[in-house]
Design a protein around this ligand. Sequence first.
Ligand code: V0D
Length: 257
Amino acid sequence: MFTLFSRKRKKKSVDLEFDESLEIPKHIAIIMDGNGRWAKKRKLPRIAGHKEGVNTVKKVAKAASKLGVKVLTLYAFSTENWQRPDSEVNFLMKLPVDFFDNFVPDLIKENVKVSVIGYIDELPKHTQKAVLQAIDKTKNNTGMILNFAFNYGSRAEILTATQKIAKKVAKGELKLDAITEETFSDVLMTGVFRKDVRDPEILIRSSGEERISNFLLWQIAYSELYFTDELWPDFDEHSLKKAIASYQKRNRRFGGI
Ligand code: V0D
């Protein structure tokens, strides 16, 4: 083929380091940061960045599913995000509706199951409806779990879990000595997942900030932390592979026996 004018990018060298025969993390968690900055760089309103961010969710979810990832947890909205301007919050609350209309048919084709952790009952009714519909329409899928952390905060999750444990103890259903890491993990929001995929092997944060920001505090006790300067709308399959390659490299050096 005549390729003189082809704009096809050369494969970046890190693809060589990524090895599909090595361990693919079962659970990947991502803090999707940088939509606002992406928009600002283009003199666009912040919401244009969020729109582009949804497209990235679709692409990255497909890529992860193709690689055999079991759970992909995406931090979409934290309990602190309510402090943003009303117009931005209102726009964000419509995203799951948009996502449901445009992406759920694809998810069904790809056998992906939607799941949500967070305080869903505090969301506007139309948002709750879209979230519950996405969960319901994909509930029989047996492939990757696409898990949105939505109106989620990790300290609140740990407090809710503690209240659940205390209630069980008060009712005599649980002995004090039986409060273990395992029984505690059971009552966290991630307790709905199989035990071997509850905790992410790797946490990725885009956009250059190196903070956890109240995300999965209990679950990341042993996770690799991977920070990239790429903004979320620029993140793609290649970025995901780069993160996995970094995990594989660290795992080879420090992990195992
Ligand atoms: C905006 C970048 C998908 C981060 C990604 C307000 C911020 C796009 C969902 C979604 C958001 C959530 C639940 C669900 C289906 C889809 C989403 C929010 C923000 C919360 F069942 N993208 N997305 N939710 N953004």
